[in-house]
Ligand binder design. Sequence first.
Ligand code: PMP
Length: 419
Amino acid sequence: MTNLSPQLRQATPVVAVRGEGVHVDGEDGRRYLDFTAGIGVTSTGHCHPRVVAAAQEQVGTLIHGQYTTVMHPPLRRLVEKLGEVLPAGLDSLFFTNSGSEAVESALRLARQATGRPNVLVCHGGFHGRTVAAASMTTSGTRFRSGFSPLMSGVVVTPFPTAYRYGWDEETATRFALRELDYVLQTISPPDDTAAIIVEPVLGEGGYVPATEGFLQGLRERADRHGFLLILDEVQTGVGRTGRFWGHDHFGVHPDILVTAKGLASGFPLSGIAASEELMSKAWPGSQGGTYGANAVACAAAVATLDVVREENLVANAEAMGARLRGGLEEVAAKTPAIGDVRGLGLMLASEFVTEEGEPDPATAARVQRAAVDEGLLLLLCGAWNHVVRMIPALVVDEAAIDEGLRAWSAAVTAGTADS
Ligand code: PMP
């Protein structure tokens, strides 16, 4: 009998047979509240009627038109639509299928454009699982061990993870920037440094928002030393944080922006945006792949962007995020095992700690399992897998937030009972 590889063992026992909005129906006949959204992918909810209609129509018209061979209307429309939301000057786009591929595109472009070898990455960053992206990932050994040699030219520098350092944000920011200056002085001199890549909110690394001072400090150093600032918005983009892009919270301007996940509501589509001048440094043939900008995925992305705008989903993410956060903080206030509640918009998490304040993955796992019993699907993250995160679809409403909070409160009580 064939079976899935053990690496594909699911985080929950649920067999999802159908999805609608923020719910999925299990084969067991139960309806679950899905606060995982396909790991932040189904931005408009499961099977939003407009996304379904756009994809269905495209399937019957043109499934695939390879983009180095022919242009197709969904791609042309998607480029126009993204033009309405991208930061000024990032007017050239390139598409791939997954976050990892887009990260690699950004890396290749940075090396091609600067002629420099190194990429600086932040402690706790996650950028994907292909070998180059895994080499740039430091959010857990599970993502990078056992298949060395990893790609060379990756240098790690701190992220202002205030809670874990036991500092305030200002101190953590000052530390991270001083260490970066030290790295540039000692390990990766500017002439060897092509780029720094950072997530506006650490995702897999534990849902830690960057600070404005940190991102502005990166921008300033990139300008001073002639390297590029790559923002990995794979998880934080398309309204997830209550702004269209995560970096909108911090007023920082990227040289290369990486997007994926929420862009096409579940169809595989990712991409990078940069200035035309920068993008022209990548020579034809050095980027891309057969399936990039697939016509059905592009049609779904156009519908997604329309829904996000017309249903005010960015504002909804901000409002529902505030409501969810308030509830999470209430639960944390009476739960010593929850050391920190953090995140932005609808990208929120609770960090589980021992009495000594050390990461507590066992309790986090118990709570996550108890949540499934309560009908709530959640995921873990953080270097120790000790952080429980919530990333509901951006269409989530007050009733679903409150339903989720009731389940969360019960799951935390059950999961911390004997700890
Ligand atoms: N970058 C970030 C910030 C991510 O969160 C992820 C996925 N969790 C990736 C890159 C990789 O994306 P994918 O799994 O689609 O390759």
